[in-house]
Design a protein around this ligand. Sequence first.
Ligand code: TRP
Length: 457
Amino acid sequence: MQTRVLTGITTTGTPHLGNYVGAIRPAIAASRRADVDAFFFMADYHALIKSDDPARIERSRLEIAATWLAAGLDPNKATFYLQSDIPEIPELTWLLTCVTAKGLLNRAHAYKAAVDKNTEANEDQDAGITAGLYMYPVLMAADILAFDAQQVPVGRDQIQHIEMARDIAQRFNHIYGRDFFVLPEVVIEEQVATLPGLDGRKMSKSYDNTIPLFAGGAKQLRETIMRIVTDSRLPGEAKDPESSSLFTIFRAFASEAESQAFRRALEEGIGWGEAKQVLYERLEADIAPMRERYEELVARPANIEEILHEGARKARAIAAPKIAELRNAVGLRAMSSVGVAGGKSKQAPKAAKPPRFASFRDSDGSFRFRLFSSEGEELLLSKSFKDPKEAGAVQKRLKTLGGAMAIVHSLPRSLVLELDGEPVATAPDYTDELERDEAARYLRGALDSLAEQEKGE
Ligand code: TRP
């Protein structure tokens, strides 16, 4: 079983060493694991909340996508896309907005901080605050819930947003009566190093103490490293590696043996200037090949675009059937289906011949059944049951389940029907996703007419 891990990357600013070590590198390493199904996307709708400068938005999307690819993200392994290429995300945002308590959003840290700032400045409490900032957590919930992400690796400042996504999902599940959404779990990477910046505080854009990853090339990298603050010990005097930013940064890139050698050099009194040169050379060894790829990528934006479009296609193959299911659940469904789904609506016209079950004994002696449509098409094949009574009990439940309550998961080319969280039957293979989605609708319709028939008897 793979765990679906999803994270969004805000497309503002220029990536620095702290971003690379703290987020990009560990995320890419995780995406290579066989047990991880990774989804990474550029949160460019979120970027609009922070910036209304089109040129900056455009530039930043390109740079950040290129950075991740240059740093080794394999778009064939991970699903890598632009948030704004997925129309299902804003669509889901609205469905979620309609179940989200306004009071929940009032409590969001970022919104509250903006209100506090206004209050302090004796301004109207909502002065200069857009509805976009206010809605930030709902959009983020949609990012996550549209894909049934199980784990969401983020920085500590984002924990509240994941909790809100869970709240919103639970509320939707509760209102519409079943588990539409997987409840995402926050993952905080405790192991990864947080790098100190030029002044020794955590490297962060807001402290203006960052070392750029690619921007400005090797020259800029070296110059910035030379500006890292050190103590005033002279060459020949022993330096304390543990309290030195140089050593912390070095260790985040180097092997254990290299780190030991650098530690010794510091303790033996290497001059700070020389130590900075050693650090620069070690970083450059890792960064130079990535920077080269980065520059090639940025020079050919059409290639990046193609990669991202392919990612969006993969992502939409998951989100689209999900949103179709949700639209159906909230009542945004074909008018001609009135009465087919849900207990609250009117009776459907009865099909002349109802769907039917056919039980059989498999070659290994186990018991299984099929569900056929009234036209004789196979809709479902059950799993194997040891006990025929068990197979019968499942059939009985399917007869009264109804289409709206059925949990049908879409695989790329087939469907899986679940009861109590267990897969109990699968649908045949389809040639494409359209055919599969058509079949899912058909299956729900068949379950509805079974349920109608049961009620009538
Ligand atoms: N808000 C996140 C940040 O600032 C970025 C983000 C947007 C995100 N949507 C997401 C992260 C969904 C995880 C999941 O870092």
